[in-house]
Write a protein that binds this ligand. Sequence first.
Ligand code: ATP
Length: 374
Amino acid sequence: MVNKSILISCIEGDGIGPELLQAARIVLKSLVESFDLKLDFVNVAAGDRELRKTGRALPNESFKLIQESDVCLKAPVGESAKETIVRIRQELDLYANVRPARNYPFIPSKFSDVDLVIVRENTEDLYVGFERRAQNGRKATALKVVTSKASERIAKFAFELAMVRKQAREKPRSVVCITKSNVLRITDGLFVKRCERVSRKYPQVLFQKMYVDTAAMNLIRAPESFDVIVTTNMYGDILSDEASQLVGGLGVSPSANIGRKFALFEPVHGCAPDIAGKGIANPLAMILSVEMMLDWLGETRLCKRCHEAAQTLDKAICSIGASGIKTPDIGGRATTLQVAEAISKEIKLLASSSSFSDDRVEMTKLVNPIASST
Ligand code: ATP
């Protein structure tokens, strides 16, 4: 365990965001106490509320607080996502957006064997934000940017991940590169070429190319056949919402935004204004993002207790879920905070009796495969 404490910047966001961050903090408190973790927290104002208040969704002071922290835990923001999360990803070069989707026995789903990870390039593509109006507003254009450098580093991340990740069920290790290179021959074509080039260094990993429309179909037809998916920013955004539906919905889908030295963890979903303030938002996507964060801290800060905390958190989530304490979106009746409190109690119980054999399927062995392999 490192002696220096780890500073976590927390963005509570909009809509269901504050409820979710509260749930995450309840769980983190229990982990800190049970594992003697040295974690400090700083709240960072960002999102729609901040935009209304100050005219800026991510004021410079907020951005500075994030930069000065060791890691960021973010609840969803609303309409100002472009000015907040997209800016943070680009300015801090959090180039790998890692979105695991796997079935848990206690979460109802049409499938039982889904265990895949979408690795989405996080800094380029249509998200660079170059949009223009012309002809007095009768024409609009957007610029899609793809570079060799960004394509190669995301491909390397995906292959390293495919090499190290623990699968729920053994299957051939594979990376599927998803684009529309038959139409976007130059931009998506470059992405595919660079992925292909990287793939030659990983003969142990099966490499496939797939068009995004076929991939959208195959994700529903045979989701269990996927292992690691690597794709560009926009397709990754869309396919990860689809993938979340294979494993119980947006309420249970966590994600990581990984850079060379910094990372931000957040649920895949947005701020769901339709259910905000009702106490029924599923906190699992947020809490599973905490699990990913702890594993990342374990890898990058050599914090063994962070790994143990992540492992215990995973067990607590499964055990609470199996006992039926879950929110309505996955067939339960519990509130957001009841789920968090139950997980928190279970952590204490497990930590006091635990011997640590890491038998879980880590969603997050993956979280910094490049850092861990160099
Ligand atoms: P964005 O466009 O900002 O990325 P999104 O497409 O992820 O957002 P959301 O508004 O977050 O969309 O979610 C769509 C629907 O999914 C919501 O209306 C809500 O009903 C449901 N949902 C999202 N997150 C949760 C959650 N944590 N718990 C329960 N239901 C949720």
